[in-house]
Design a binder for this molecule. Structure first.
Ligand SMILES: [Zn+2]
Length: 169
């Protein structure tokens, strides 16, 4: 499941307006739209791998297992979704796994994924994140932070394509 980088860049520009503005630390100097772009780069190679990914930690006997969502959706509740690969658990109530599968050009699923990414980053910023490393850890957990940071910085430096209007079916 692929979402074109032009579509992803478009949502980076739109949804980054909802990011809280860090006023200090190295985050204050970052371009918010490029910040979202960088996370999409690490998580899905800028949309190339936007299929759901099953995470064992959310499955039966995992530490993040949730009974209620599992009763409703089975292993679909244990996946991350979209170009930003956000765990199902982090989407608002009412968003179904089906809505998170890229269909057509994928812009509906991509936007839901972008908004959920912003919500996670905002939560970290509200808790006082001051560095890109703080955000990386909030997003990815504490494992493999140096490698995640390396990929995040490399993705941040990749130029964003110009926006083309999503094809509205
Ligand atoms: Zn599962």
């Amino acid at each position: 499941m692929r979402v074109a980088p032009e579509i992803i860049a478009g949502f980076c520009r739109i949804r980054s307006r909802d990011l809280l503005q860090p006023r200090q630390g190295d985050l204050a100097a970052l371009d918010p739209s490029k910040l979202l772009w960088a996370f999409a780069g690490v998580e899905s190679s800028f949309g190339q791998n936007s299929h759901p990914r099953h995470e064992q930690g959310y499955c039966y006997n995992g530490r993040y297992f949730q009974q209620k969502a599992t009763e409703q959706w089975g292993c679909l509740a244990h996946c991350s979704y979209g170009p930003w690969q956000v765990m199902f658990d982090h989407f608002p109530n009412g968003v179904t796994p089906i809505a998170l599968l890229p269909q057509g050009d994928g812009h509906v699923a991509a936007d839901l994924s972008a908004m959920a990414c912003v919500a996670i980053l905002n939560q970290a910023l509200a808790r006082g994140a001051k560095t890109l490393t703080d955000l990386a850890m909030a997003y990815n957990g504490p494992a493999d932070t140096p490698e995640y940071m390396r990929q995040l910085l490399a993705s941040y430096d990749r130029p964003m394509p110009q926006y083309t209007d999503p094809v509205l079916a």
